[in-house]
Ligand binder design. Sequence first.
Ligand SMILES: C[S@@+](CC[C@H](N)C(=O)[O-])C[C@H]1O[C@@H](n2cnc3c(N)ncnc32)[C@H](O)[C@@H]1O
Length: 508
Amino acid sequence: MNQLPVKFLEKMEAMLQSEYDAFMKSYEAPRVYGLRVNPLKINVEDWLRLSPMRDRVKPIPWAKEGLYYSEEDRPGKHPHHNAGLYYIQEPSAMLPVELLDVRPGHRVLDLCAAPGGKSTQIAGKLQGKGILVSNDIASERTKALAKNIELLGVRNAVILNEDPSSIARSFPGWFDRILVDAPCSGEGMFRKDESMAASWESYSITRCVNMQRDILAQVATMLKPGGLMVYSTCTFSPEENETQMADFLAKHPDFYIEAAPKTGGVSSGRPDLVDEETAARVGPEVMESLAGTARLWPHLLEGEGHFVAVLRRSGEARAETLAANARPAAEPARMAKGKQGKGRAPEKQPRGGKQAAAAAADPREIWLGFKEKELLFVLDDDFVPVTFGNAVYLQHRDLPPLDGLKVVRAGWLAGEAKNGRFHPAQSLAMGLTRDEAVRSISWSAEAEETGRYLRGETLFVPEEDLRCADGAGSKGYVLVCVDGYPAGWSKYSDGMLKNELTPGWRRL
Ligand SMILES: C[S@@+](CC[C@H](N)C(=O)[O-])C[C@H]1O[C@@H](n2cnc3c(N)ncnc32)[C@H](O)[C@@H]1O
């Protein structure tokens, strides 16, 4: 570990006093590594049976599917990673979603979501039921967000690239759960990422506080009365944590802190660190409740530094605020720049079959033809196909119009219709199970064919190695699986399995 900034050390000593030495010792300890098994694909027990890492992992006490692993195992290089069986995530970062109490059917907003660690965790808890709106203001970062959501096979997410105020106008009082995993000064990550320590001094905490305040100002009107919001940071600075929460609670008397369970070495929040002026302004009741927030200290548990607050909104919806926020005029949705939206004039979004009369050229008709021929999959009644240009998405019926918003993914991307043919997307393969494809092939993670497929090679395989549905010929799309879990498409004809794995998804 390089030298930590002196100002940071002085601040931590004042904050931790008798615990300061233990805190400093934690910087000499090796960092810990975590992964989360993806319950959309596999449960922990089944994954342990399959995985060569089974004897070297141990549970993360506060995360249901979380496991510590050894660095030498390099799970990011294993084919199970290409099949979306787990997400690599810093252990402390798994707590906020565990405390968000997400249930299947909820409408959930992840406001600062890229690169998607917590969004994929939320999706696991939704189990395909309900809606996840996953947003990040940084358009570059939404690419990794979209890839991770697709890799883990999430079917019910919409990905936006918006300012929180625009989302607030489109979703008044709409969400059951909101996660604000705020941009912060990152003090808790100095051990994991030394570059954060290097940039800390040039990064002002005041700037972070203001940014967080602006984000939080938009959240209150989007949460249903009775709904839960979790606010989290990866910093120790009280200005961005307890003080930020005190300020929010003073401005929003219809919100209150719910005490976070302190399991596995998680500690209480520190109201004593809030400055006197704020403490006097917000009053004793708010101050007392701040002890219910959670701090994760690297010297008290196996993980990096984090802060988590769970807030519930009580009372009735404030109709006048919600009405004032409703977007007056409909502008068409814009696809954010990137693979799906590049250079394409956005179409008015068809909803509920209004434009079904567009007949044979309608990409949805071409999708339905493909689905009939190549898939055994029954679309949940809650989802409908919608189009953006030639792209077909499967979108939840309850989603309000995305008019005027920058949309990165309007739902589960099924593919694109071109010249009357449907080209299934990588995201479709990742969201299916093996049983939902007419044709499939599966090799073990160790098989030579798996490595060759993941590198983008064409393979020659005997017809009897394919699994084909009754009555289906061998020619056509084949879902390629690793140990039975989809990793991408290929096309079979005369013994040749033509590789259809999307180039950006191939192993180098
Ligand atoms: C701590 S990171 C999020 C990590 C993410 N939740 C995860 O688990 O992978 C904070 C994110 O907030 C985004 N961000 C910064 N300002 C924002 C704003 N005003 N609205 C939405 N997102 C913002 C940043 O681009 C960054 O990706």
